[in-house]
Design a protein around this ligand. Sequence first.
Ligand code: XUL
Ligand code: MN
Length: 344
Amino acid sequence: MAKNTHRFCFGPWNISEGQDPYGPTTRPAQTFDWKLDQLKARGYDAMMFHDDDAIPDIDGKSWAVISKEAKALKKRLDDAGIAAEMVAPRLWFSPMTVDGAYTSNDPKCRRYAIDRSLRSIDIAKELGTDILVLWLAREGTYLRESKDGRKSVELLVQALDKMLAHDKKIRIAIEPKPNEPMDHAYIPTIGHAIALAHLTRDPKRVGALIESAHCILAGLDPADEIDFAMAFGKLWSLHLNDQNGLKFDQDKPFGSSNLRVAFNQVRAMERNGYGKNGEYICFDVHPFRTTKVDHWLAHLDNSRKTFLRLLEKVRSFDETKSKQLIADRDYQELDQMVIQHLLG
Ligand code: XUL
Ligand code: MN
């Protein structure tokens, strides 16, 4: 197996209990401490946090209480030798974000979303990470006529500017996704995220997080999205997983649906040096609903195992031969060479 030169993480929500829109949980809830123990036992390096993964019931708590709890969590993480990779405000659960967060038509709701984001930045600081992840879950529409797309861009920029002004060190990684829960999201791809960054007061501190499944849902190749973001120096986090075409967001184990697409993602990461500036590889994967308690963490073990096997495949790929075939425009043979390499 390839030498592990990368650092890995996942979030507490990746040990999920099996609920879907059509049925209840299939596994019992576990405590945060249990999840942290599992993460450590599996040799992971960091944990990702939504703001309320870090501070449950965050909306009902004062900053004094939040700060105390964040400090206690930081100590627990330090004792376990685990870093916090990022903090992400969960802006899709509250009644205040029913019609969107930063792009809600209601100014009171927009204020709520910004205040909660600023709080997440303060929590990130307490936990020792400078990355705020924004999955813009409800920034979009079910009905296009219900919002003004141009105004929504301006509202997103205003919100980002407030966050950048709040903390001079924070870096914002936007996690694009084209749909679900919305019909159409305003920031569906990495190109949109990077373009948005350039309208803010400090474009250097606004970058991106790529999730494999989200790219596939946008009809794009995740490897191209990785290359694109890294050409701008803007790939600050990565959610590797898989997705079987244009269906519901599946968060399958990495490589589960399309090994070749996974191979090309690892190849793009390698050629761009992903991880060299301390970036983590996060697996935003979920157990299948059918998974028994005994096999609950296997999707995380398997995603990392697949990643490391593919890293080996990337490093042993015959680049000289591939260059010769490219020079000869023999893409048919190149295709077969990739297939044989993956099968071998
Ligand atoms: C949603 C998704 C989220 C983000 C974090 O599709 O991927 O779990 O990664 O908020
Ligand atoms: Mn994700």
